[in-house]
Design a protein around this ligand. Structure first.
Ligand SMILES: [Zn+2]
Ligand SMILES: [Zn+2]
Length: 338
């Protein structure tokens, strides 16, 4: 019906008696395909209602699920715009209505924590007034994360995060090997030392390992194990087994393992990507052919899903003919691996 009305010249920017435009109503009733279609046909995602509230503010205030707030953020809705009447940002509205899901999504999208409304209140002030402990915790936690992110030392550490994690992994594997090989019969001593290594590695992981490095932990661990295998072979087996027919198969197997592992990690498994313009065109085409639903269209990547493609929540992409997300390579196994 909406497609037909627009085809015959209906104006989607008109507002009703309460001041809502078509996009606001689609948000209120959580009709994601309609929001997608209206935006693709040129409606601004930040179109204000009579009080200056954008669809994102309305969603943060009225809708307590993840959608359509998450979808509006995917469409680049402004997270820091304020309304005319109260001077509230989307984060103010989410906090006012105790909408923890929206608060979480807005913080992840980089919403400003220091915006003050007409009453000079920040989102944290409102959360404290309403005694919403979960939201106070979320806001305080985000403030700490952002302060830490601005620290010069941590910025430098983040730059070399992967190398640092690799070094620590090498050290942990060496320490475990050294402890197990210690010249003592005391399992109490060995157990205590192993527990100490575990506690220190946990502390390091909590303090310094970010999301990017977490995704790569398994491949890093695998590479470090191979490094120590090479070392052990070179130090212990090369001098002991001088004959080339013993050395060559091991050397060839290990180098091919490293080579094929690297090739597997670097191969595009079939990620489906599209530009903003292509996404809008896809939405219009699918909507006008009556196929704009979650079986055909991914609302996270804004792409048309080919047959047997699945959205991977680790890689944050749809993958053609997805088999699985492999933790050892840190990538998906899909079309181009088959
Ligand atoms: Zn997807
Ligand atoms: Zn994946």
């Amino acid at each position: 019906m909406i497609i037909l009305l627009l085809k015959y010249g209906a104006d989607p920017s008109l507002v009703d008696g309460e001041g809502y435009s078509a996009t606001h109503l689609a948000v209120l009733f959580q009709h994601i395909p309609i929001i997608a279609y209206l935006v693709s046909k040129g409606q601004s995602i930040d179109t204000p209602d009579i009080n200056g509230m954008t669809p994102l503010m309305l969603s943060a205030q009225r809708v307590h699920g993840m959608e359509p707030t998450s979808f509006l953020l995917k469409l680049n809705a402004s997270v820091n715009r304020v309304d005319k009447t109260h001077g509230n940002s989307p984060l103010h509205w989410a906090v006012t209505s105790g909408n923890a899901n929206a608060v979480d999504l807005l913080l992840e999208a980089g919403a400003n924590l220091d915006v003050l409304n007409e009453k000079e209140e920040s989102p944290l002030d409102i959360a404290r007034q309403t005694r919403n402990h979960l939201i106070v915790h979320l806001l305080n936690n985000e403030t700490q994360v952002r302060v830490r992110r601005n620290s010069r030392l941590l910025k430098a550490l983040q730059k070399y995060e992967i190398s640092l994690v690799a070094m620590v992994n090498l050290l942990i594997i060496w320490a475990v090997g050294y402890i197990l090989d210690m010249n003592t019969d005391s399992w109490l001593l060995k157990g205590t030392l192993l527990a100490l290594v575990t506690a220190l590695s946990q502390l390091f992981a909590r303090r310094f390992v970010g999301f990017k490095a977490q995704q790569s932990l398994a491949p890093i661990f695998l590479c470090c194990s191979v490094f120590w295998m090479f070392n052990t072979w070179f130090i212990y087996f090369v001098p002991a087994l001088a004959r080339i027919e013993y050395q060559l198969p091991f050397f060839l197997s290990l180098t091919s393992l490293v080579y094929f592992f690297y090739k597997t990690c670097r191969t595009d498994p079939g990620y489906i990507k599209s530009s903003e313009e292509e996404s809008k065109q896809t939405i219009i085409t699918l909507a006008e052919s009556g196929c704009l639903d979650v079986r055909m269209f991914c609302i996270s990547c804004l792409v048309k899903k080919p047959v047997r493609s699945v959205h991977c929540h680790n890689c944050k992409f749809c993958v053609a003919r997805l088999d699985q997300h492999c933790i050892w390579t840190g990538t998906c196994i899909g079309l181009y691996y088959l």
